[in-house]
Design a protein around this ligand. Sequence first.
Ligand code: GLP
Length: 260
Amino acid sequence: MRVIIHPDYQSTSEWVANHIASRIRSHGNGSRHFVLGLPTGSSPVGTYKELVRLHREEGLSFKNVVTFNMDEYVGLARTHPESYWTFMHRELFDHIDIPKEQVNILDGNAADLEAECDRYETKIREVGGIDLFLGGVGIDGHIAFNEPGSSLTSRTRIKTLTTDTRIANARFFDHDMERVPQRALTVGVGTVMDAREVVVIVNGHKKARALAAIVQGSVNHLWTASALQLHKRAIIACDEAACEELTVGVYRYFKDIETP
Ligand code: GLP
C-alpha cells in the first residue's frame, strides 16, 4: 500500500485527478475500454472538478472510458437530487464526453434487486474487469457501502446501512436521518479488490481514526477498507488533516518514501 500525503484537500484532489488522467491517456484507444470504478460522497468532488477541468482545458477525453459506480440507494427515485445517479451526472458525467451507454450505475429501483447485483458483476467481468477503482471511506472505515462486519470477499449485493452511516449521510437529506434510505446496493469488498488498481481519497480530521485503522491497524472486517493492505496496487491519497491519528513513525515513513 502506498500512502501519499498532500498538504490539503485541493492538492489531494489534483493529484488523484492527474493520476486518473495519466492512466486513461496511457491506456490509449485500443480495442478494450479503460474501465473506471467511481464513488460518490464529498471526498471525490474535488477530483471530479479537476477531471472536468482537464477535459475542458487539456483535452482529456473519456470516449474510451467505461465507468461503474460503487453503490446506489435502494428505493430513491433516480431523479431524486440525492440519488447517486443524479450526483454523478451533476458532478461529472454532464460535463465530460463520456458516451452515456458507457456509464453504469446500479439500479436501486430494480424489480429484482439481487438479479440487478448479479447483472452488475457479470457486466464488470464482460468488459474485462476494472482497471482503476477510485473510492472514499466512511468515518468507520467502510468502502462503498461495505459496512463494518462485511465479508472481505463480498460481491455486489444489498446492504442495510448502519445508524452511523445514516447519521453521516443525513447532511444530504436536510439533516433528517429518517429520510436517508435504509438500504443500498453496493459492490463488495471483493469486487473492489479485483480491480487492477485501487485509489482511495481520505481527507479531513473526521477521517483520522479510519485512516489510522486502515493503514496501521490489522486487516479487519470492522474497517473494511483495511482489506486494501492485501491489494497489490493500492494507493491512499490523503491530506495532512486526516493523518492526525497516525503514529509519528508511520507518518514519517510514508512522507520519506513518497518524497520525490
Ligand atoms: C458513503 C458512500 C461511500 C463514501 C462514504 C464517505 O457511505 N457509500 O462510497 O466513501 O460515504 O463519504 P464522504 O466522502 O462524503 O465522507
